[in-house]
Design a binder for this molecule. Sequence first.
Ligand SMILES: CC(C)(COP(=O)(O)OP(=O)(O)OC[C@H]1O[C@@H](n2cnc3c(N)ncnc32)[C@H](O)[C@@H]1OP(=O)(O)O)[C@@H](O)C(=O)NCCC(=O)NCCS
Length: 187
Amino acid sequence: MSEPKEDIALPFIEGDIISLCAMNLDRISLYVAWMNNPKIRKYAGYNMPQTIEDVKKKFEPKKEAVKEEIFFEIWQKEDKKPIGYGGFLWIEWFTRNAYMFYLIDPDYWGQYIGTEAGKLIIEYGFKELNLHKITTRLYAPNKASLRVAEKIGLTHEITLQKEVYIDGKHIDALEYSIFKEDFVKSQ
Ligand SMILES: CC(C)(COP(=O)(O)OP(=O)(O)OC[C@H]1O[C@@H](n2cnc3c(N)ncnc32)[C@H](O)[C@@H]1OP(=O)(O)O)[C@@H](O)C(=O)NCCC(=O)NCCS
C-alpha cells in the first residue's frame, strides 16, 4: 500500500494570514467538494454537479501556447490548510485585461481571508503580470462578495440585468473592475 501523500503547500505568494500556492491535483477531491458545496456554488456559477473528471479538466494544464488562466490554492497559514482557490480567467495578453475570482471554504468566511486573497491576486496581476485592467463578475444578492470587491479597491462598472437564474428568479450580475493606474495611485 502506498504511503498517504504529505499535505504540503507550494507557496508562491506570502500574505499575512494566507499564502497563494500552486494548485495540487492530489487534492482534487477537496476542490470538487467546494464546488458542490451548496453555500459556495450558489453564487459561484456551479449549477450542475461537478465530478472529479470535470474538475480535473478545469485545472489540468491546458495545451494552448498562451495561458489564459492562472489558478492558486489559498492556504491558511496558521492552520496550515488549503481553504480555497482563486486566480485569473480569460486573460487577454493583447489588451492585458483579465477576470479574477476566489472562493473560500465557508468554515473560514468572515475572517478577512477573501479580502486578503483578492488583494494578493490583484497585486500579482498588476505587479508581476503587468495587467492593464482586472474585472470580477458578482451576483447582486452575494453581499459578502460585493463588500470584498469594495474593500480591495474595485469599483462598480456595469450591471448585466437579470443575467443569471438563482433561487427561482433572474438576478443582476455586476462587474467590478480596477485599472492599473488606479491601483498604482492607491499604493
Ligand atoms: C465572497 C467570499 C470570497 C468572501 O470571503 P470572506 O473570507 O468571508 O471575506 P472577508 O471576511 O474578507 O470579508 C467579508 C465582508 O463581507 C461582509 N458581509 C458578509 N456577509 C454579508 C452580508 N450578508 N451583507 C453585507 N455584508 C456582508 C463582512 O462583514 C465583511 O465585510 P467587513 O470586513 O466590512 O465587515 C466568500 O463568501 C466565498 O467564497 N463565497 C463563495 C464564492 C464567491 O461568491 N466568490 C466571489 C465571486 S468571485
